[in-house]
Design a protein around this ligand. Structure first.
Ligand code: ATP
Length: 127
């Protein structure tokens, strides 16, 4: 294990800027490799564009931004869990399936919630 007696990782960054760079690397990797993330980004661009056109209120913008940010964040966590599972085993294992499916379930629930938020905000304006 790459940890000392304090549980610190020997790869741990001591530099805040470098930590941000690693986070951006993680986001970029997910954007390049995960189809779901690419779909989220495409939909988010359209949603933000429509939000500007429809001149949302500040509260409506907050809901939209939390919906978009939450979906991105959960997709990143979901991808991280997929990577860890694949690191641990390439063989079929029921716990590997549970871990991946539960993480996917979390992302799915937030996506559904975001769609509902979108319907509540946009539908009355469009009708
Ligand atoms: N090692 C494994 N053991 C058992 N089941 C697995 C294992 N790896 C993946 N699975 C299952 O196979 C299915 C497909 O998994 P996969 O890793 O391709 O992710 P996914 O659900 O297609 O997500 P994404 O499209 O985001 O990559 C899921 O139900 C997952 O739980």
């Amino acid at each position: 294990m790459n940890t000392d007696y304090n549980g610190k990782n020997k790869f741990k960054s001591s530099n805040v800027i470098r930590s941000f760079q690693y986070a951006i690397q993680g986001i970029t990797h997910t954007l390049m490799k995960e189809r779901n993330m690419q779909i989220h980004v495409s939909i988010s661009v359209i949603v933000v564009f429509v939000s500007f056109i429809l001149k949302l209120s500040a509260i409506e913008w907050l809901f939209i931004l939390f919906a978009i940010g939450g979906v991105f964040a959960l997709e990143l966590v979901n991808t991280a869990i997929e990577r860890i599972v694949d690191l641990v085993t390439k063989e079929y294992h029921p716990l590997a399936k549970q871990a991946k499916d539960i993480a996917a379930g979390a992302a799915f629930i937030y996506s559904i919630l975001s769609v509902i938020v979108g319907i509540i905000i946009f539908l009355p304006k469009i009708l």
